[in-house]
Design a protein. Sequence first.
Length: 40
Amino acid sequence: MIKKVKESVSIPVIGNGDIRSSKDAKRALEQSNVDAIMIR
């Protein structure tokens, strides 16, 4: 879903959720093409 949002807007998109490791972060960036990720 977040990939569709990123493709349809011209503003930066930040992804979050289910990011618990560096592997998760890398996967999120590669799969969704978001501009950044947020880790809590």
